[in-house]
Design a protein around this ligand. Structure first.
Ligand code: FAD
Length: 457
């Protein structure tokens, strides 16, 4: 591309445009997953909707691939690509809370940490992810599983409207009343339909929560998993949280002699009245002897950032696999007991998130997210600091997945999948797939937004 062309792009946007010859390029092309090493042609650091329109139009005019980046957490690295134009939304992170209406409007590049801090100031929250650096954008568009999902539904269930720049450079509002086909598709269909420049969410009264991690000896893991599967079916809905295989980190509340030992943790979040938290957690706490715990009252944003240090941006290679599960059978628990204790490094983990309660009360065809009859969403998350451990970690994820997939549903949560899972997209959407294709044909017939878990037009 000529200097003149680059200058033209620079003149058409207010944000920075970074090319391979610019200082800061190596920083600008980085994403969360250190295994992704791509060299885009342009990184456009958008500061407003007008920048996004200009970037989309430029990329289309020059036939460039478009990579959209919000929080940058995509495990397959969809937020960057060789020779592409990256629409980097990180600078668009303003959050406006309307406390009276209990809504919040967040720009497209907001992270959950920024969002939660803004809404917490008004004693409100909505369902978001369990790590504060994850983007509101990618997470919500794929569904959005988090501590509050049993009580308040998925993140996408709390979406009231979205402002979106479509492939033809138009700004469109999607809500129940306007472009409702697009609104339906945005709630689970991922980044297939355009660049969302603002998300408007419904909020709920949530301030302090009673939660944190409890660690169980791995010899008790089967007992705890069986207790969890029974308990979670009709546990009070303010109870969120998940069991996790976890190598005990060197934290002060864990006895020193047990640091480095693989255990089964349960990370709890009770968002009901604080004084009822202990009672709500009792069935799990009583399931087996607790080796160590750090459970108590804390602000909701504190729990949402409590594990950030385990996942440094750009500091780990990531390879993940995922499945939805209706029933955690004895056979499935046996498979977890075989593979969980082999978790290779402290950052790698497996979470078995509950997605019942309010998430299950939405009809499977009411939004693009179809697995409304799943009880659990399992993620086998390989995350390791040393590239020399890549083979061992990928092998662990694949073996674990091979053992559990036949005992799970065909589909999995798109946001927990790797780049080699594109052949599973149809099964992730089941009966909603054809309708997604129709919406894709209407809003992005040329598949300009194809660097994602792609719905082909
Ligand atoms: C450490 C970690 C913790 C996680 N925890 C959770 C969790 O608790 N719950 C959960 O549900 N998921 C979780 N995830 C998965 C997460 O939902 C996905 O990785 C998601 O894609 C992240 O969104 P992002 O904006 O950070 O990613 P990005 O890499 O920036 O974006 C991924 C893709 O999403 C689309 N996208 C992002 N923003 C926009 C936008 N504004 N407009 C249009 N398209 C957009 C684009 O297609 C983009 O390529 C986690 C991931 C990681 C790495």
């Amino acid at each position: 591309m000529s200097t003149q062309t680059v200058d033209g792009l620079r003149e058409s946007v207010r944000g920075e445009v970074i090319t391979p010859s610019d200082e800061g390029y190596d920083d600008a092309r980085k994403v969360f997953n250190a295994m992704i090493d791509r060299r885009p042609a342009y990184v456009v650091r958008c500061v407003g909707t007008d920048d996004v329109i200009a970037a989309v139009s430029f990329a289309r005019e020059h036939e460039l691939d478009i990579a959209v980046r919000g929080g940058g957490h995509s495990v397959p690295g969809f937020g960057t690509a060789d020779d592409a134009l990256v629409i980097d939304l990180a600078g668009m992170n303003d959050v406006q809370v309307d406390a009276a209406q209990r809504t919040a409007r967040a720009q497209g590049g907001t992270t959950w940490g920024v969002f939660n801090d803004a809404t917490h100031a008004h004693e409100l929250a909505t369902t978001g992810g369990v790590v504060s650096t994850t983007g509101v954008g990618g997470l919500t568009l794929g569904g959005g599983i988090g501590y509050l999902a049993r009580g308040h539904g998925l993140s996408c269930d709390n979406l009231v409207s979205a402002e979106i720049v479509t492939a033809d450079g138009r700004v469109v509002t999607a809500s129940e009343d306007e472009n409702d086909d697009l609104f339906w598709a945005l709630r689970g269909g991922g980044g297939n339909f355009g660049v969302v420049t603002a998300f408007e969410f419904r909020l709920h009264p949530v301030t302090d929560v009673y939660g944190g991690p409890m660690f169980f000896d791995r010899k008790d893991a089967g007992t705890v998993l069986r207790a969890y599967r029974e308990f979670i079916v009709d546990a009070p809905e303010p109870l969120g949280g998940f069991p996790a295989w976890q190598i005990a980190p060197p934290l002060p509340f864990i006895p020193e002699e047990r640091h480095g030992e693989t255990m089964l943790a349960f990370v709890a979040c009770w968002s009901g009245p604080i004084d009822e938290g202990e009672k709500a957690l009792k069935p799990l706490r009583d399931a087996a002897a607790v080796v160590a715990e750090h459970v108590g009252a804390m602000p909701y944003p504190a729990l949402n950032s409590a594990f950030d240090a385990l996942y440094p941006p750009g500091g780990l290679q990531h390879y993940w696999k995922a499945n939805f599960v209706k029933e955690l059978t004895d056979e499935a628990i046996e498979a977890h007991l075989e593979h969980g204790p082999k978790v290779p490094v402290v950052n790698s983990t497996v979470h078995i998130y509950p997605v019942n309660g309010a998430s299950n009360r939405v009809a499977p065809d009411a939004t693009a997210f179809s697995y409304r009859d799943a009880t659990f969403a399992t993620v086998i998350a390989g995350m390791w600091p040393d590239p020399a451990d890549t083979e061992a970690n990928i092998a662990w994820v694949r073996d674990y997945y091979d053992a559990t997939a036949p005992l799970s549903e065909d589909g999995g949560y798109i946001n927990f999948m790797s780049g080699d899972d594109q052949d599973r997209i149809r099964s992730n959407y089941r009966g909603n797939y054809d309708r997604l294709v129709e919406v894709k044909r209407k809003y992005d017939p040329d598949n300009a937004f194809r660097l994602n878990q792609n719905i082909r037009p």
